[in-house]
Design a protein around this ligand. Structure first.
Ligand code: ATP
Ligand code: MG
Length: 474
């Protein structure tokens, strides 16, 4: 006799689905993530996956007709699935199916099947747990692969032979690594070996799906777990070769540089503790990618990575494009963070001057706080004394940013003198002199020669105009 898990099913929606299934004389089960997350104590997800031994679409319609307000059923005919939303739930219905795969596609040939067939096609034992909803099996757990045991042992294991599971649908390789990272689980050794052996199969997966999984890894509390696994299985080479290129330490004449791959992973873990901003986390992941192509050894000064921030920010565009990621303001934000990623460090090493802070605020604009968060995450020294020193320096920079910004309002810099005013003052047509004067005013403000105010800037404009040989019109 299977154990009863009616507590999972305390919401009335499950009784309703069970009754609808009884009326249609089909068996229905809740399966997958919902059941897994219940046993993990992860709370109740909003998504419920229902499998019917029969038509999922018919069951969905029957359920909808019994619910208050009769929610609309969205049917995906090609997939044989249906979905409805009710009181915050998103319930997806599918008929139990048997799948067989061809080599060149992750889209299987599908036929109707039993619950067991359906559980066989699931990716991991922990995702194959099903609980009965019909009156005669309400609350019964069907766990043919000991998924519950794997939940408590924290193991990712495939129901069938791992090499077949991963080769059939290579997306599962990334899902395994993503779940291991999200749930803090181990991937069973045979699975891990099968992933390494099938790594090249990743090429049949769309970029969008790959990026979806990478996003999910990036958003975990400790993304390095996932990136370490991607690296160990060599999948990273296919997805983000720019990161792999950062790995390794070279030594010439007794001089070594740090391993920028492992450093990057530490930075990503650090920033995960400070922010849930996906794109700031991406910026941490990519902040050093320019170091591989710019690395040089100089006899006198040792290892340098001159201009790696600029080169890195250019690489961000190519990387986003290759992975079909959005080429919009999100990408520009990541580029900007990479480009500016060394600026606060340089600043904190020296005496922090007002004008240097003003320039930093001017260049970073609205993103100055995010930039500081990135730079603080970038501190990975194991020397506690140095760590304290760097953090203190950044705290001073942050204080100075607040003080300077309060006084000079550089963050959303608007030139205090418009182009029209310059044209009008000197009776000019659109010409390069206008740009020269505007730029000189901006520079004078950033340098602290004049305050960020109209009258002072007007005064300055008149002097600058005179220098350029312009005549005042009024
Ligand atoms: P989450 O929604 O938290 O990412 P989930 O387990 O619900 O986790 P979904 O992608 O929503 O993941 O999939 C629902 C269920 O469908 C899974 O639990 C699993 O049983 C099955 N599944 C999803 N993708 C695959 C796949 N590529 N191969 C085999 N089974 C899969
Ligand atoms: Mg789900």
């Amino acid at each position: 006799m299977e154990e009863l898990y009616t507590k999972v099913l305390s919401d009335p929606i499950f009784k309703c689905i069970g009754q609808a299934a009884d009326e249609l004389q089909v068996d229905a089960y809740v399966i997958g993530g919902f059941v897994r997350d219940f046993f993990l104590g992860r709370g109740t997800p909003k998504d419920i996956d229902i499998v019917a031994v029969g038509s999922g679409i018919t069951l969905a319609k029957k359920v909808a007709s019994k619910l208050k307000g009769q929610p609309r059923v969205k049917v995906f005919k090609n997939f044989g699935t249906a979905m409805l939303k009710y009181q915050g739930w998103e319930v997806e219905f599918v008929g139990a199916r048997k799948e067989s795969y061809q080599r060149d596609s992750r889209k299987p040939i599908v036929e109707n099947g039993t619950l067991e067939d359906d559980q066989n096609r699931r990716d991991f034992t922990i995702n194959a747990l099903a609980i009965g909803l019909n009156a005669h099996i309400f609350g019964e757990l069907l766990d043919p692969f000991n998924g519950l045991k794997d939940v408590s042992a924290k193991i990712i294991r495939t129901p069938l032979e791992p090499s077949i599971t991963y080769s059939d649908d290579p997306l599962r390789m990334l899902r395994a690594i993503r779940f291991a990272t999200q749930l803090n689980f181990e991937i069973e050794l045979r699975s891990l070996q099968a992933i390494s052996a099938n790594k090249d199969r990743i090429s049949i997966i769309s970029k969008e799906r790959i990026v979806d999984e990478i996003h999910k890894i990036v958003m975990t509390p400790k993304p390095s777990v996932g990136f370490r696994l991607l690296h160990e299985t060599d999948l990273l080479h296919f997805i983000l070769p720019e990161l792999v290129a950062l790995q390794g330490i070279e030594e010439i004449e007794g001089q070594r540089h740090k391993d920028n791959f492992w450093h990057t992973l530490e930075v990503v873990d650090n920033i995960a503790r400070a922010t849930d901003n996906l794109w700031l986390r991406w910026a941490a992941l990519l902040h050093d990618i320019g170091k591989a192509p710019t690395k040089k050894f100089h006899k006198k000064i040792g290892w340098t990575f001159h201009g790696h921030e600029f080169v890195g920010s250019k690489m961000v565009y190519k990387l986003f494009k290759r992975l079909r990621m959005p080429l919009n303001e999100k990408m520009k934000f990541v580029q900007k963070m990479v480009l500016l990623s060394s600026r606060p460090i340089i600043l904190s090493e020296n005496h922090v001057t007002d004008s240097a802070v003003r320039r930093l605020i001017f260049d970073a604009g609205e993103d100055i706080d995010d930039l500081m968060t990135l730079c603080e995450a970038d501190i990975t020294t194991k020397n506690p004394k140095k760590q304290r020193k760097y953090l203190n320096n950044f705290r001073r920079v942050r204080e100075k940013i607040v003080a300077v910004e309060e006084r000079d309002r550089i963050r959303n810099f608007q030139p205090p003198i418009s182009g029209e005013e310059i044209m009008h003052t000197f009776n000019l047509r659109p010409s390069k002199e206008i740009g020269i004067i505007k730029d000189a005013i901006k520079e004078a403000i950033l340098e602290g020669e004049i305050p960020n105010e109209h009258d002072a800037a007007h005064e300055f404009m008149l002097i600058k105009g005179k220098e350029l040989g312009l005549k005042q019109h009024i």
